[in-house]
Design a protein around this ligand. Sequence first.
Ligand SMILES: Cc1cc2nc3c(=O)[nH]c(=O)nc-3n(C[C@H](O)[C@H](O)[C@H](O)COP(=O)(O)OP(=O)(O)OC[C@H]3O[C@@H](n4cnc5c(N)ncnc54)[C@H](O)[C@@H]3O)c2cc1C
Length: 303
Amino acid sequence: MSDDLYRKLKRLSAVETDQPLSKMTTLRIGGVAKYVVYPNSAVALDAVISLLKKENVPWKIIGKGSDLLCSDDPYDGVIVRLDRHFRNYYFDGDQVISQAGASIIALSVDAAKNGLSGLEFASGIPGTVGGAVFMNAGAYKASIADILDEVFVYRNGRMEWIPVEECGFSYRSSIFQQHPDWIIAAARMTLVPKDTKEIFSLMDDRRERRMKSQPLDQPSCGSVFRNPENVNAWQLIDGIGYRGKRLGGAVVSEKHCNFILNTDNASARDYLDLAREIQDKVREKYGIELQMEMERFNWPEEK
Ligand SMILES: Cc1cc2nc3c(=O)[nH]c(=O)nc-3n(C[C@H](O)[C@H](O)[C@H](O)COP(=O)(O)OP(=O)(O)OC[C@H]3O[C@@H](n4cnc5c(N)ncnc54)[C@H](O)[C@@H]3O)c2cc1C
C-alpha cells in the first residue's frame, strides 16, 4: 500500500501504522495490520470509507476484538476503530441512544445507575455496542435484539436508522453479518425503569456466576462454538474428552470447555487446528456439526 494512501488517510483521521492485531483482540493473537484509523466524526468516517472504496483498499471495522480469531499473517489493509471517538451514550427517559464504539459493560453499568433495567445480561460481555449488535450478543436467555428499537447504519454512502424488524436478528446472528461493508454507528434501545439496587444485585449475581464458570483470567474470545439445538457445546466437548486438551499454546479450558485459551503465545494456526479437531471428533461421536461462534479474520487461504 502506498505512502500516498497514508497521506490521504492522515488528512481525514488519526492513523497508526504497523499495529499488531494481537493488541486489538482479547485472544491476543493476530498479525500486523498495515494501518489503523480512528475517525472522529460521522463526516470523517464517511470520507475514510469513501476513500478506501475508491482506492479499492481492503478494510475491516473492529470493536474490542472480543469475538475474533485473526490469523498470524500481516493484514495489508486498514482497520477502522470507533472505540476512541464514537463512544458516547445519551439517556432520555427509558430510552438510551448509544454510539457504536461504547463499551457495552460501561453502558450496562450506567443504565443500572439510571435505574434502567434490560442490559443486565450484557454486564459481562467485553465488547462494544456495535459488536454486540453485529453478533446479536446475549446471555441468560436475553440478547441485545430484545431491547433494540433501531440501529443507525452507514451504508451505501448514507447514514440511516433501520428499525429492529429489518435487522434479521436470530441467535447470535444479524443482517449485518451478510453486509460487512455496513457500519453500525449507533443504536437506540428501550429499557425498563427499575430499582437500581435490584438491578445491581442481579448484575453482581451474574458476575459471580461468570467468575465461577469462565476462565476470565486468560486470553480468549469467549465461547468458541455456538450451542446446537437442545444441547450445550461444552457438553459435547466434554463428551469427547477434550477438557484440558492442548495443541501448542492453545488449550481447552478446564473450567469451561467451550473456551479455548491462548496460553504460551499460541499461534493462530494451533488455535484453529484445535477448534477443527473438536469439530471432527464431535461429528464422529455425535453426528453434530459444531459451528464456530468467533469470527475468523484475515485467513486468505481459507476463503
Ligand atoms: C470472556 C468473554 C466472554 C464473552 N461472553 C459473551 C457472552 O456472554 N455472550 C455473547 O454473545 N458474546 C460473548 N463474548 C463474545 C464477544 O464479546 C461478543 O460477541 C461481542 O459482542 C463482540 O463485540 P466486539 O466489539 O468485541 O466485536 P469485535 O470482536 O471487534 O467484532 C466482531 C464482529 O463485529 C463487527 N463489528 C464490530 N463493530 C462493528 C460496527 N460498529 N459496525 C459493523 N460491524 C461491526 C466486526 O467487523 C466483526 O465482524 C465473550 C467474549 C469474551 C472474550
